[in-house]
Design a protein around this ligand. Sequence first.
Ligand SMILES: [Zn+2]
Length: 211
Amino acid sequence: MGDTSGQGRQAGGTPRAALADLLAGNRRFVSGQPVHGHDVTAAAAAAAAASGDQQPYAVVLGCIDSRVPLEAIFDQTFGAICVIRTGGHVLDRAVCGSIEYVVGQLGVPLVLVLGHERCGAVGATVDALRSGVRPGGSLAHLVDEIAPAVTEAGLDDPAVQPLAIRRHVRRTVHTLRADDLLAGPVAAGRVAVVGGLYDLATGEVVLLDAG
Ligand SMILES: [Zn+2]
């Protein structure tokens, strides 16, 4: 991966170190003691990094939910993490290609898929399956991609939404681990794809699938 790998970052270049750094940032956020402000000096510092290139150490795929701003909840500064957000962290080719770029070209060792409680995309999928009314437009893509997790969780289960949220995170993790360009690095241990869940009330991230 040459000189564009995560070398030089305090967290080091291993998946384990990257995950530890992310979770440490979440603990700072939860405790109300973030150290990274999102001001222009941070942007300038990132732009002035010695190599001239960005050297993020993780990529986080999360939901578009306005209550889950990823850089904030992990207390990350400019240049630290790449962030991708779609409704219900649903994958498509652009998302997968972006992750492949970050892992393959920037040498990032960690992909974190972050779901969250009370996810509206999962709720909309539950509603669509219960009513039998498939939404139109590209919204149908989100519903189609989340539907298997809802079905697995059990459409008649009163707790279907929280159960489906967790299953959908795990399904997304497993899909990414099998991705054409990610499977090799994952099997070799150079890259980890892990799942997590964000608690809207406490701000805490817990891991769902770190294996
Ligand atoms: Zn959501």
